[in-house]
Design a protein around this ligand. Structure first.
Ligand SMILES: Nc1ncnc2c1ncn2[C@@H]1O[C@H](COP(=O)(O)OP(=O)(O)OP(=O)(O)O)[C@@H](O)[C@H]1O
Ligand SMILES: [Mg+2]
Length: 462
């Protein structure tokens, strides 16, 4: 499978690498060709110079012939002229191209240095050099050397073939490398895409965990984490829904059952009143439950605003204590507020009052007559800690981690006098956390419970 991204990455790499390779190869090629041609030319010039030096020592018939004979056996052609351009010796037959070179030489001038007189190896059949013969400062003649360009062309052709071969191998290797690379890069992406598609189709069991510690590895791990979170959320939602339907069904069953009994003709007036009372109570319970659920839904969607202000913590605690006092008195439970110093807290007073009311309500519901509940507050660094302690029944250790879960109650049977819905602490936790604070619970089964709320300190204006 060759998807679009790998094609794009591959093509991009390929074009770039091809441009770089083409540039490097051509530079190398032209440098090598130039060097080779230069070498051949220098050789030819040196050869001509050697002959001219020999002739400068002895400019005689025998030496001339000797030079001619020597070059007849080689690929080079030597032409020796006198100072006017008259040919004295030529080692091979002369071709028109060579005569053209001689014709174009200015014999009137007196040359001192040897030079290359024909270097167009690409178009001409011969390259040529001219080494002057100077005897006792007098110009005596020229040694013209010709070398066939076919040798140079052969060398260059050979070089060209080698470069072509290496070039093809490089391009093939580049393509293979790029194909492999783009696959290595895109394969995890393809797997992640498939995994997210799987997620959106409702299958949360994706496992992409990889050992890579680069960005792709991080992304894969993030997707895996997302899938487990999603799975957990789904399970929590299912559990929540089934608890809710259970919570709603119980009071509705009561209401329906008692309403049916009311209909019967043999119910006495006293029974009627009692059953009506139960129906009213259950309806009220349902109203509270639905109200709490609605509140939680708003908290979940962040559709509530916290209006923080600096509030005197002692005033807040005292007013809450006044509110709940009658209920505590009824159950003969002592309630005391104990604050070392008054400090301002940066909170939404109504929301925090709601939290405290629920904690105190729990403490009262689970305390025994004659027991004591204390509200304490302390200040540490930038935090304010409120601790509500009771001497009630406590919570078994294994239940403690779940008390902040929605609809969680320690007593599973819904007794009507203690019957909460199990939402109070869940709401309290949401509210405290949205204040940037923390809430936790310590409890000893049979001895009592302490709930601690930690909030940020406000600014003291006094
Ligand atoms: N002080 C406490 N002592 C003993 N158990 C407690 C205490 N506070 C809470 N619990 C246990 O934790 C459970 C959850 O408390 P939470 O306030 O969330 O729900 P609730 O009081 O049952 O119902 P709601 O507050 O919605 O009316 C309670 O049902 C109770 O079993
Ligand atoms: Mg409660």
């Amino acid at each position: 499978m060759f998807n679009k991204l790998s094609l794009k990455i591959g093509l991009l790499f390929f074009v770039f690498i091809l441009i770089i390779e083409a540039f490097l190869f051509s530079t190398l090629y032209f440098t090598l060709v130039d060097e080779r041609v230069e070498e051949v030319m220098e050789n030819l010039l040196a050869r001509g110079d050697t002959h001219s030096e020999v002739l400068e020592d002895s400019f005689e018939e025998m030496t001339l012939e000797h030079v001619g004979m020597m070059e007849a056996a080689t690929d080079f052609i030597a032409v020796i002229t006198d100072e006017t351009g008259e040919i004295l010796v030529n080692s091979d037959d002369l071709e028109p191209e060579m005569l053209t070179v001689l014709k174009h030489t200015d014999f009137a001038e007196m040359p001192i240095y040897s030079k290359i007189v024909e270097k167009d190896w690409q178009k001409k059949r011969y390259i040529a050099t001219d080494s002057p013969i100077t005897i006792h400062d007098e110009h005596a003649g020229h040694v013209f050397m010709f070398a066939p360009t076919k040798d140079i062309k052969r060398i260059v052709d050979h070089l060209k073939n080698q470069f072509l071969l290496v070039g093809i191998i490089t391009v093939v290797l580049t393509i293979v490398t790029i194909l492999l690379l783009s696959r290595i890069i895109t394969l995890p992406l393809i797997r992640m895409k498939e995994a997210t598609e799987q997620l959106s189709q409702g299958d949360n069991q994706v496992n992409l965990t990889s050992d890579r510690n680069d960005e792709l590895g991080e992304l894969a791990n993030a997707i895996t984490k997302l899938s487990t979170d999603l799975d957990r959320l789904k399970n929590a939602r299912n559990e929540f829904l089934s608890s809710i339907s259970h919570e709603l069904r119980t009071p509705l069953t009561y209401i329906k059952g008692y309403a049916d009994i009311l209909d019967r003709s043999d119910t006495t007036e006293r029974e009627r009143e009692e059953y009506m009372g139960i129906i009213r109570e259950e309806a009220a319970h349902l109203t509270v439950l639905v109200g709490n659920l609605f509140e939680l839904a708003k908290l979940d969607r962040n559709q509530f605003t916290i209006q923080k202000q600096d509030v005197s913590i002692v005033e807040l605690l005292t007013s809450v204590a006044v509110l709940v006092k009658p209920a505590f008195d009824d159950q003969e439970i002592e309630l005391s507020v104990n604050c070392e110093e008054d400090v301002p807290a940066s909170i939404d007073p109504e929301r925090i009052q709601q939290v405290l009311l629920n904690i105190l309500d729990n403490a009262r519901k689970h305390s025994f007559a004659g027991g004591r509940v204390t509200i304490e507050c302390r200040q540490e660094a930038g935090n304010i800690t409120i601790c509500i302690t009771d001497e009630g029944q406590g919570i078994p250790e294994e239940e403690l981690p779940f008390v902040f879960d929605r609809l969680y109650r320690v007593e599973k049977s819904r007794s009507r006098e203690r019957g909460g819905s199990g939402l109070g602490l869940a709401i309290a936790k949401e509210i405290v956390e949205s204040h940037g604070g923390q809430i936790w619970m310590d409890s000893q089964f049979g001895e009592g419970t302490a709930v601690t709320v930690q909030l940020k300190r406000g600014v003291d204006h006094s």
